[in-house]
Design a protein around this ligand. Sequence first.
Ligand code: COI
Length: 357
Amino acid sequence: MEIRCKTAEKDQLKAKPEDDSKLGFGDIFTDHMFLMNYEEGKGWFDPRIEPYQDLCIDPAAMGLHYGQEIFEGLKAYRGRDGGIYLFRARENFKRLNRSAARVCMPAVDVEVAMKGMKQLVLLEQDWIPRSEGTSLYIRPTMLATEPHLGVRPADEYLFFIIVSPVGAYYKEGLNPVKIYVEDRYVRAAVGGTGETKTAGNYAASLLAAEEAKKKGFTQVLWLDAAERKYVEEVGTMNMFFRIGEEVITAPLTGSILPGITRDSVITLLRNWGIKVSERSLAIDEVIGAAEEGSLEEAFGTGTAAVISPVGQITYKDRDYIVAGGEMGDLSQRLYKEIVAIQYGEKDDPHGWRERIN
Ligand code: COI
C-alpha cells in the first residue's frame, strides 16, 4: 500500500524543546502524523502522513460514546552512534490487533502500520531527543468514527499514529516510587478487557489513582477483582517482586496487560539463571515477605516506565519499605541491560532491536 505524504509548510513547523534533558512525558507533539481510514466492505484505505492537526470527528462517532478505542505505546531511540532504533515494534502491532479483536474493531495490516510508523519516525527524526533516558514515544491509536447511537460495533474507523519526545514517565525518574495497594476499587476482572489496551481500562483506574495521589502515592497496585487477594499490575506497568531467590510476576490470566517489557524482563532473567515464576501471588505473601525481610526488591516494567523501582508499598494503612527505599541491584541490572539494547549499545541476541536509518 502506497503511503502518500503531505508535509507541513515551513511556517507551520513547531519549535522543538530547547533542553531535552528536561522533557516530561506526553505533552509535546511533533509536526506530522500518520492516518488511515476503514470502512466495512472496503477495508483500510488512504494511508497517509499529514501535518499534525485536530481530528474532524462527528459528535455521534461511536468511539466517543461506547468506548471503541484502542492504542499502543512504543518508542524510537536515538543511539549515541546516530542510529534510530525500534524495540520489538511488531509485537505492539500484534497486540493492537488482539485488542481490536476483543472490542470488535478491525485488525490493521501489521506491515502497513510498521511502514507508516517508520516513515513518520524518519520524517520526524530531528524530534528524537538525545539526552540520557529520553526517546520518541509513539502512540498508535484506533477509534470508531461511524456516527450512530445504537450499541453495536461501528463500521467506520480511523487509525492514526502520533509521536512525542519524552523523558521519564514518573517525575521520580529512576528513583523508587511509592505504591498504594488498592483493596476497594478494581481495574479489571477475568473475562473483561483488562488484557487489552482499550481506553476504558484507563478510565476505570483514574479515581483510585487520584485518591492515592492525594495521599502521596505515585500509583496503585491492583488486586484481583474476585477476591482482592492476588497482586495484578500497576495500570501503567506490570509488577515484579523478588522474594528470596525467586522473582515473581502475575500470570497472564486475562485481567492484566501482556507487557512487552514484562516479557523481555522474564527472558533476560531466565538467561541470567534467575528463577522467575509467573504465578498467583497473594498480597499477604508480599507483606509477609516484607515483614520477615525476604522481600528483596519490587519493580514495575512498561514501555513508558521502562524499569521503575518501588521503594514503598502501603497496604491497609501500613507502610512497608522495600530495598531500603533504594533501587535494588536486580532492577538496576535489568534497567541497564534493556536500555543498552534499546539504544544500540549492546549485542541483541534476541533480535529485539531494529535500526531504521
Ligand atoms: C506504555 O507504557 O506505553 C503505556 O501505554 C502506559 C501508559 C502511558 C498508558
